[in-house]
Design a protein around this ligand. Structure first.
Ligand code: BGC
Length: 468
């Protein structure tokens, strides 16, 4: 590491926080639907299947958004791609709020999803490209934290609009406000982003070296540090992105692509989003019949998710990724199993079991937030060799949204076909398989340089050994 690093200053943090707002919006859009479902279902008189379409439309939009974002952020630049995403966020959320049929709502949610996909690809990329070496990790973690804050804020806002009768004669349940209010932070993000500089790395890539250096000057980096960053950028640029070529020619590259995609699919198969999207419904199954009780419970779910993320931030570089994952997966597996077991018991006869199920639900959230939530994204940002990183991230991030959509779109059907308890038992059982997968296939990347990982990968070491 270079010795003359400056202290990160206000401008750098302004850039970091504004760009991480994209994470906030991503979280808001994930979170907001859970509290709105019940009211949408009532107003449009639609079946659970249509609700599944409404939930998953945004996720399919996100798959599409990720697939086009590599191209857009390469061609137009990271900043313009993020501005586009902010713009779609504003229009998309207003369109959701104004939908007059379920079909319109599905279309509007798909459109909004494009913004979520664009943001989830471009914002972490921009953050890692614009931040000086020393605080790169923190800047990217800030993004995951923003996602959880976004989910929490959405749950709060749902609770407010769900339970407050602020329109004369109504009893709450203002789902249009829930979906529309997200436009406000999106407007902030859009205007904030206008003030951000373009990514210096992208400027260099496109041959605008002078402008790239000027960005670092605007960030008030000392000349010596700028020279260091510029040398690093130039040496990276010599390695052209050749992802597709590698995909055909290099078996190790194909293996690591498989690993990145598998990690993202496993993250989704933990069932985290089943809990986040359908939390009020789960509280209902557990015996909490009042809407306000369900919405409050959901707020506490969001708060737990955010707070437990700090456990990961504190320990992931000390204890390592794999021990944290084993701990998290064990907690998640046992809690899902317990929820399944309680739901399979006679809840009407012993309502206390409903409370136990909710305690298990919170333990599940803690297990996820301290492990799979952040660590999946961390490992995926570490394992791909530089020459194929864009493609690797595109594949793994789309795998995340793809599996997210399948899960968001099948939960209610699973409940209906398998029964409440068995659905959770299935998710619990999966965690045991994931522990085995982590043991055999996932490398420990704590404290290993990205160059070492890359060297080990191309030397043909098994995936498990490409770290330390
Ligand atoms: C996942 C999202 C999830 C969120 C919850 C992220 O890491 O990718 O699907 O909703 O964590 O905090």
């Amino acid at each position: 590491m270079h010795s003359s690093h400056s202290k990160p200053n206000f401008i750098i943090y302004f850039i970091g926080i504004t760009a991480a707002l994209a994470g906030l919006l991503f979280g808001l859009d994930i979170g907001v639907i859970s509290g709105a479902i019940e009211f949408i279902q009532k107003e449009f008189q639609i079946t659970d299947q249509v609700i599944e379409f409404i939930v998953s439309a945004t996720l399919w939009g996100a798959v599409f958004g990720v697939l086009v974002s590599g191209m857009l952020s390469n061609f137009f630049g990271r900043k313009k791609a993020m501005l586009l995403s902010g713009f779609i966020f504003v229009i998309g959320s207003l369109a959701c709020a104004m939908s007059s049929t379920a079909g319109e709502l599905i279309a509007a949610r798909f459109f909004l999803g494009i913004a979520v996909g664009l943001a989830s690809f471009t914002a972490p990329l921009y953050l890692s490209e614009v931040s000086p070496e020393k605080i790169r990790g923190t800047m990217v973690s800030m993004y995951q934290l923003m996602i959880t804050i976004g989910i929490l804020v959405a749950f709060f806002s749902d609770m407010y609009f769900g339970t407050t009768a602020f329109i004369a004669g109504s009893v709450g349940g203002h789902w249009r406000f829930m979906l529309g209010v997200v436009a406000l932070p999106a407007i902030f993000m859009f205007f904030g982003m206008l003030l951000l500089p373009e990514s210096p790395r992208w400027l260099f890539l496109k041959g605008f070296q002078e402008s790239g250096v000027n960005v670092f000057r605007k960030m008030l980096l000392p000349e010596e540090e700028i020279a260091h960053e510029v040398t690093a950028i130039k040496s990276t640029l010599q390695q052209k992105q050749q992802g597709f070529q590698l995909l055909f020619s290099s078996a190790p590259f194909r293996r690591v692509i498989f690993l990145g995609m598998a990690l993202q699919v496993l993250q989704q198969l933990t069932g985290i989003n089943v809990v986040l999207y359908y939390a009020p419904r789960i509280f209902n199954i557990a015996g909490f019949a009042s809407t306000s009780g369900q919405l409050w419970g959901t707020v506490i779910v969001g708060l737990t998710n955010m707070l437990a993320t700090f456990i990961a931030i504190a320990f992931v570089d000390k204890l390592g990724r794999k021990p944290m994952m084993y701990a998290g997966l064990t907690v998640m597996g046992l809690s899902m199993g317990a929820i399944g077991w309680f739901f399979n018991s006679n809840l009407e006869q012993s309502p206390i079991l409903g409370y136990y199920a909710i305690i298990a639900l919170f333990l599940f959230i803690i297990g996820f937030a301290m492990s799979s939530g952040p660590i999946t994204w961390i490992i995926c940002s570490e394992i791909f060799p530089l020459v194929g990183r864009d493609l690797g991230v595109t594949f793994s991030t789309s795998a995340n949204w793809f599996s997210n959509a399948i899960i968001g779109g099948t939960f209610l059907t699973m409940l209906a076909k398998l029964g409440n308890g068995n659905t959770f038992l299935v998710y619990g059982g999966l965690q045991a398989l994931f522990i085995v997968f982590f043991y055999f296939f996932v490398p420990e990347t704590k404290g290993v340089t990205l160059e070492t990982i890359e060297k080990n990968l191309f030397a043909g070491l098994p995936l498990k050994k490409i770290g330390r």
